[in-house]
Design a protein around this ligand. Sequence first.
Ligand code: FNR
Length: 420
Amino acid sequence: SAIYTAGAYGHRPVVPTSPDRLEAAARATMTTRARAYVADGAGDQRTAAANLAAFTRHRILPRQLTGTHRRDLTTTLLGRTLPAPLLYAPIGALELAVQHKRGTAGTPRGAEPELARAATRTGVPVIISSQASTPMEDTAALLGDTPRWYQLYWPRSAELTRSLVRRAEDIGAEAIVLTTDTSTLGWRTRDLDLGSLPFVRGEGLAQYLSDPEFQQLAATRATQPAPPAPAPAPRPTLRALATLASLRRHHATRAHVDTFLDTFSDPTLTWPDLARLRDLTDLPILVKGVQTPEDATAALDHGAAGIIVSNHGGRQIDNAIASLDALPAVAHAARAHTPHTPVLFDSGIRTGADTFVALALGADAVLLGRPWVYGLALAGADGVHAVTQHVLAELDITMALAGAATLADIGPHTLARHEP
Ligand code: FNR
């Protein structure tokens, strides 16, 4: 209600409250490369669009005189009470989104420090990306008591895997999110057309560059004959010079980049391999990227503690099923396998009303993705904080108007199917 009162008295919010205006404003400030990497999806953007369109097929039923003058948004996940059914999705290479900004005086500049500062104010857990632009230890140091999870792309190297998981345990991560939908990067047409995948410039490699096992792998690789490089341009192009300068800034070399590209994700893995990760850590493992009941069942058969229904924001297979359309059957299969399995959802959450719909269709909580990045791009920690407040305020208002005093009151009975 504070947001509403401020608005009524003429104060403008830190960032736009409408998701479309938020995205438009952020796009306008970001560089071309950041727009391509952050805002765009795979291929022809069909799944990225379908993720959003799917929400319009479910309409919330308003309810009257239900006495919902007080709402409780708290929830318990993996034994922790959270202020709301919301987490910050893991997002990699985010230094791109803040490249046009200067850091707040006297504080470390960068995406994750800003996110961490916002999270200490909102209490919303942070899922630290494998491809963050800040070593996880530095982010964790700014998080105070705010819960943090660690997102893992499972490397080909067993030593590197062990090292990353150990570091996650050491920074107090309460869960490992194993992202399984990225055995290879998707067909990212905008990045490809710009010739500017962030990793090739050393962006989003901080987790690896700060890892002794990774440095060891890169050192070994540097002694091996280099793979044939594409034919060099007759004169160095501006882009090639920018890449070299960026690598230097990141204390990274071609060998680091090649090692990352080789090792970041092991495409040979199958479900039984999950036992090896289970053996490495006592932390609960949530599998992120599940879109079918079969994969939900397989993940739980092999020791996953929870499921994250996600299609990576439409960044992997283009023309894949909208994540919201996958949710009901996946949630059903997960709970038929093990009652009370945590089922989280992402890919398309833009508003509090979207959050309500995802909860009604079976999610225990949702991950906020691009919107927090847009807040970050526009106003750093204050922007992430504002976006979070907007989503939670709208969820709270929607609950009031739909007759839900608690999250347990949100279910399929609160929705009507709408065929456009
Ligand atoms: C991502 N996502 C992601 N997921 C992950 O497990 N590790 C990662 O490093 C990243 N990196 C990443 C970068 C960018 C720029 C985006 C937009 C997304 C996927 C992310 O966690 C989440 O699944 C999607 O963002 C959800 O889609 P929406 O709601 O943001 O469209």
